[in-house]
Design a protein around this ligand. Sequence first.
Ligand SMILES: C[S@@+](CC[C@H](N)C(=O)[O-])C[C@H]1O[C@@H](n2cnc3c(N)ncnc32)[C@H](O)[C@@H]1O
Length: 280
Amino acid sequence: MSHNTRSQAVELAEEYYDSTEADAFYLNVWGGEDIHIGLYKTPDESIARASRRTVETMAGKLTALNAESHLIDLGSGYGGAARYLAKNFGCYVDCLNLSKTQNKLNQKNNLRSDLTHSIDVSHGSFEDIPAPDDSYDFVWSQDAILHSGNRLRVLDEITRVLKPGGEIIFTDPMQSDGCPDGVLQPIFDRIHLATLGSFSFYRSELLKRDFEEVMVLPMLDQMRTHYVRVGEDLQSRYHEIVNLSGYEYVDKMLRGLEQWVDAADKSYLAWGILHFQKKK
Ligand SMILES: C[S@@+](CC[C@H](N)C(=O)[O-])C[C@H]1O[C@@H](n2cnc3c(N)ncnc32)[C@H](O)[C@@H]1O
């Protein structure tokens, strides 16, 4: 296990997700289970239904997942995926997440769902995973690794904690491989990041670490639909969400969502499911 100090991006992500404004926004717009990009069958589908479909689709790719499996969810949010996986596959899930506010609700819902025997929730950062080498059969992560200021280190940590033959499946908002320099700066400034990952970054870094590609499924259209849907939902519930998160937060979020949609239209962004297996 490594013991370096956290990147500044990690400190900022913790402060952001623990804030009352952000927590109220994510809880109310997504519904308290999943807070990631959804897979929409129709552009007007509910955010919660589409977001759950992402979990179902990813889980469907893990053909070796069973009741003996030990999985870690990096950046587990409110724990919606963990409960889905533990309920449907009987596997053990460790949730590692930076937000104490989200972790509290995760634990409460695990208790309510009678899943505390199969789900463990820890406060911590995926830049320094609190687990011995070769601990897990699966690493799972949804729309969280973007928040790291040191993604190479996150990939080193994932490699370290996965057993030989173990699998990583994840999604992440990324920049496209052909994205021109500088065009995403307004987005980086808003979310306090210096870079985003990309398909070619993750592919080449995982291959370097002795992983084999199982599947990479780009779905930029789903990312665009998702940000449009979140924007529409926020507009239609503007006063309700403003009462919870304040004008400043909501107006900034609406401007931010427009930036993501605009950058998606210009093909500067990328999103999808990445699935790799560590060599045996
Ligand atoms: C968009 S949310 C996704 C949450 C969850 N994966 C889901 O799909 O519902 C991003 C999550 O990443 C977590 N996160 C950000 N940086 C992290 C870090 N360095 N270590 C662990 N979790 C982190 C945040 O607490 C937040 O819950």
